[in-house]
Design a protein around this ligand. Structure first.
Ligand SMILES: Nc1nc2c(ncn2[C@@H]2O[C@H](COP(=O)(O)OP(=O)(O)OP(=O)(O)O)[C@@H](O)[C@H]2O)c(=O)[nH]1
Ligand SMILES: [Mg+2]
Length: 133
């Protein structure tokens, strides 16, 4: 099937949540236990099949850095996004289940609000929590 169009997917979210591993798994089917933190953002592209439309599209995935100091770059990457993935993971330092849930809720709200300011209402936002075991 020929590639008909590109879709821009921007991954944002907290530090060390698993964005880079998600991209590497998708593109190379590899996994790194201790990857380097992303600086700024990294980019990968991959043809994917949209089952519902029976079409192949080129997914252009921007994997942004989670470190707080890069938060100001997010609007630039969100520009013209077709979909946003908010990748979150529990903070392993938080042991109390209620506190852990509140942490995830606060992180989800923070990135959702940040994304909403820079995208239009028709752009879907997905929450992704990689299962780390
Ligand atoms: N065991 C396991 N660990 C995972 C998985 N996905 C991510 N991790 C771990 O989660 C941590 C963060 O992975 P990254 O993919 O670098 O996280 P990131 O969101 O890109 O983080 P920054 O680039 O620092 O903002 C690493 O210690 C990984 O080993 C998974 O599927 N299984
Ligand atoms: Mg990364």
């Amino acid at each position: 099937m020929a590639v008909e169009r590109s879709i821009k997917i921007v991954l944002i979210g907290s530090e060390n949540a698993g964005r880079t591993n998600l991209g590497d798994r998708l593109k190379y089917n590899t996994f790194k236990e201790s990857p380097e933190p992303t600086i700024g953002a990294s980019f990968l592209s991959k043809p994917i099949t949209l089952v519902s439309e029976k079409k192949v599209v080129k997914a252009e995935i921007w994997d942004t850095a989670g470190k707080e100091r890069f938060m100001s770059l997010i609007p630039m990457y969100l520009r013209s996004a077709n979909a946003v993935g908010i990748v979150l993971a529990p903070d392993p330092k938080i042991k109390d289940p209620m506190e852990a849930r509140n942490y995830l809720k606060a992180e989800a709200r923070k990135y959702y609000d940040a994304a909403k300011k820079h995208i239009t209402n028709d752009v879907p936002i997905y929450f992704i929590t990689p299962i780390q075991q």
